[in-house]
Write a protein that binds this ligand. Structure first.
Ligand code: SF4
Ligand code: SF4
Ligand code: SF4
Length: 303
């Protein structure tokens, strides 16, 4: 069997997804028996060749990202969105809370030490920011998604192995609660009066039960509205889920799914205590969500 040619690339991300590839360690060396990496930020080859498989990290935030993504799509038989930024917009998508000019103004004139002159750089060599950050799937056809911030190395390996052998990668479909080991006994009670009058902040509790469901303790956990596949790693560390795997397939509106799920288990008024609905429900998926983008899209149409 001839080796599959592979490339990796990054757009607007933090490189953490590429670190996850490196975190395969010995297994990456074994994979290299079946793949040949022709281009990657990790191997510093500038030209992008034609490849069988390309993994792309990061969201689309500049005109340069758009051009790069178009080239990746044209030259790759299979294009895989690697990580939550690529799949849903991720953390960098939180800039969509502001207009582009507000972001530039703040970064270059308000933040000290970024630019002592207080001027916003303008040059043909600096790719212009887009009005808003977009997931790669909005601008190019994506064949598979590997969500996670960062994605698990084991998941990257599983997807690559499937593609190498011509199989369809099997990716997680259920919500995180399905793979969480915490006891959910109270959630089954029909009275739904199991929870305190409020969703309390994590730091306000003196003690977190390491066995019981976080929601049953009154701690906001995004597990209900988040895709499984991370092996519930935060929950095992006694920390509630922040939703970094993004929404479950078919429920692209992660924040609305959370609100809907909570509304069915919390007493009336509980939602008042979600002081930061965007930062909680849409932290990782704002650019691919509808509700937070409605007013933005209306503004863009007006302009
Ligand atoms: S998904 Fe997370 S780890 Fe990957 S580029 Fe985005 S912020 Fe970094
Ligand atoms: S809400 Fe959180 S703690 Fe409770 S079962 Fe789901 S993932 Fe686990
Ligand atoms: S538990 Fe939630 S926040 Fe933690 S890694 Fe899994 S999906 Fe991400």
């Amino acid at each position: 069997m001839s080796k599959k040619t592979v490339a990796t690339a990054w757009l607007q991300g933090c490189s953490g997804c590429h670190i996850s590839i490196l975190d395969l360690h010995q297994e990456l060396v074994e994979l290299l028996g079946d793949i040949e990496i022709l281009s990657s930020p990790l191997v510093d080859i500038k030209e992008f060749p034609r490849v069988d498989i390309c993994l792309v990290e990061g969201a689309v935030g500049t005109e340069g990202d758009v051009r790069k993504l178009q080239e990746l799509r044209q030259k790759s038989d299979v294009l895989v969105a690697l990580g939550t930024c690529a799949c849903f917009g991720g953390i960098s998508g939180l800039r969509n809370l502001y207009k582009k000019d507000e972001v530039l103004e703040h970064c270059y004139t308000n933040v000290r030490n970024v630019n002592k002159n207080g001027t916003i750089p303008s040059s043909e060599d600096v790719p212009a920011l887009l009005e808003s950050v977009k997931p790669v799937g909005e601008l190019a056809k994506i064949d598979y998604q590997i969500p996670g911030c960062p994605p698990l190395p084991g998941t990257i390996k599983t997807v690559l192995q499937a593609l190498i052998t011509g199989k369809e990668p099997v990716l997680p479909q259920r919500s995180l609660c399905a793979e969480c080991d915490r006891e959910q006994r109270e959630l089954l009670k029909p009275t739904r009066e199991f929870i305190a009058d409020s969703v309390v902040a994590f730091m306000e509790l003196e003690e977190i039960d390491p066995v019981k469901c976080f929601l049953e303790q009154g701690v906001l956990c995004m597990g209900l509205a988040t895709r499984e596949g991370c092996h519930a790693r935060c929950l095992k560390g006694n920390v509630p889920c922040r939703g970094c795997m993004g929404p479950t397939p078919g429920a692209m509106e992660q924040g609305a799914k959370l609100i809907n799920s909570l509304a069915s288990v919390l007493p009336a008024g509980g939602l008042m205590f979600m002081e930061d609905i965007v930062g909680t429900g849409y932290r990782y998926s704002m650019p691919s969500s509808i509700i937070p983008n409605i007013s933005r899209k209306e503004e863009e149409i007006d302009e």
